[in-house]
Design a protein around this ligand. Structure first.
Ligand code: SR1
Ligand code: MG
Length: 419
């Protein structure tokens, strides 16, 4: 396959012949492509994902489809998202070392990325549903979010480099547009593609009647769309993290854009909180222990993020913002400035968190944490807790003092009955 071959989606059958002669791929899998074993394992909403194995090893082949896989070809989606995913992965690899799979080959025309096969990693969301713990998870995620937030901003980058990068990723239009609609707007009215669990109507009606909530969600949309503080992953949920018992990696940054520093960490917290609220349907005797473990992870991610951010502030402030020449070299302490930046990040993060908690129950693309609960009466009652806490986070984002305070709030909502 040459760089200019017309785009064609791969199949299990066509893949070996199409990719077998590409040296970067064949050297990882094995020279005899006819002996490759190919499995299509894509269970996300958008792409084809193949695990390809041979005598020399295995690779992941990810190829974008020209439409939303979840919906079908009635919803076209540009192939160029693979280009942005490739560039996001290279930046994440240098800004947060050892956090993402290594790229072996990229073909823009085919919207195809060949990358390291992570094994025995599984999607974190599955582990959370099964009640499995992951050692080092909170440290890994807190450091990843802080390093990518800090090093992708003018706290670290020169204004010239940052502007060039913002310009590059500004071409990723339709993919963030999915987030703009599905996450920030659709949950708050009866949008066409929405669905929610039977029995949840009283809570849904209450949220949709809350005009102040809608206004705050739109305000956060404005920040998301117009604030280019740093390069965000853009879709950092537990389905975008793969873990073993002791190691984790972040995958799937095709929703990349320059956006607010609090976005990724807010989305991440939302997905841990949804895992927390869904647990009564998945666990037995170990329910309390496992829910406490999840809240412990949330708390530690928050602490790690702030500590890492402060450390980077002290050691890597080489960009345009808050320069050392203006503070330390004048004998002026910049700690209050760092605290103010962090405080704004946290305020954004809690509001984004609440909004993500809403969209996964009210809009398109729900999450398995709740969807796997077959008894809709139980599912609705757990989703109601999640939705109501989400509303409090959006309303009170500016008053929340710490991740610990948010965990206490979650404990309170976990005991409530809204239906
Ligand atoms: C139509 S795409 C729906 C969702 O899948 C992706 O993983 C993103 O979360 C998006 O919002
Ligand atoms: Mg994804």
């Amino acid at each position: 396959m040459s760089e200019n071959t017309k785009y064609k989606p791969l199949t299990v059958e066509s893949l070996p012949a199409s990719l077998g002669k590409i040296p970067e791929i064949a050297s990882c899998i094995g020279a005899d492509a006819s002996a490759w074993n190919v499995k299509e394992v894509g269970d996300g909403n958008l792409n084809l994902v193949f695990i390809v194995s041979g005598e020399s090893g295995s690779l992941i082949i990810k190829q974008a489809l020209p439409y939303v896989r979840l919906v079908g070809d009635s919803w076209p989606l540009p192939l160029y998202r693979a280009y942005y995913e490739y560039h996001a992965l290279t930046r994440q690899a240098s800004r947060a070392p050892d956090s993402v799979p290594a790229i072996k080959y990229f073909n823009e025309q085919q919207a195809l990325i060949a990358m390291e096969f992570l094994e025995p990693h599984v999607i974190l969301r599955r582990k959370l549903i099964l009640g499995e713990t992951v050692a080092g998870l909170a440290k890994f995620l807190g450091v990843f979010c802080a390093q990518t937030a800090f090093r992708g901003s003018e706290l670290s980058m020169s204004s010239t480099t940052k502007k060039a990068d913002v310009a590059l990723f500004a071409g990723n239009v339709e993919i963030p547009a999915i987030t703009e609609a599905l996450v920030f707007t659709d949950p708050y009215y009866k949008a066409e593609m929405n669905n929610h669990t039977q029995g949840l109507d009283p809570v849904v009606d209450q949220l949709r009647a809350d005009v102040a909530l809608k206004v705050k969600a739109q305000r956060m949309l404005q920040r998301f769309a117009s604030n280019t503080q740093t390069m965000v992953h853009g879709d950092l949920h537990s389905g975008s993290i793969m873990s073993t018992e002791t190691q984790s990696r972040v995958i799937d940054p095709e929703f990349v854009q320059y956006g607010p520093m609090g976005f990724d960490i807010g989305m991440l917290f939302a997905n841990f909180l949804m895992a927390y609220f869904s647990q009564p349907a998945h666990r037995g005797d170990d329910l309390d222990d496992y829910q406490n473990w999840i809240l412990g992870v949330i708390e530690e991610i928050g602490e790690t993020f702030s500590a890492e951010f402060k450390q980077l502030w002290a050691s890597e402030r080489t960009g345009m913002l808050y320069p050392v020449a203006l503070f330390e070299e004048q004998g002026h302490d910049s700690t209050p400035a760092c605290d103010a930046v962090l405080s704004e990040i946290w305020q954004d993060a809690w509001a984004f968190c609440g909004i993500e908690m809403h969209r996964r129950c009210l809009s398109l693309a729900h999450n398995a944490d709740f969807e796997d609960i077959e008894d809709t009466r139980i599912r609705a009652s757990l989703e109601a807790r999640n939705l109501m806490m989400g509303a409090e986070l959006v309303h009170c984002a500016n008053e929340l003092k710490s991740t610990r305070a948010v965990c206490e709030l979650a404990r309170r909502y976990n005991c409530k009955d809204f239906l």
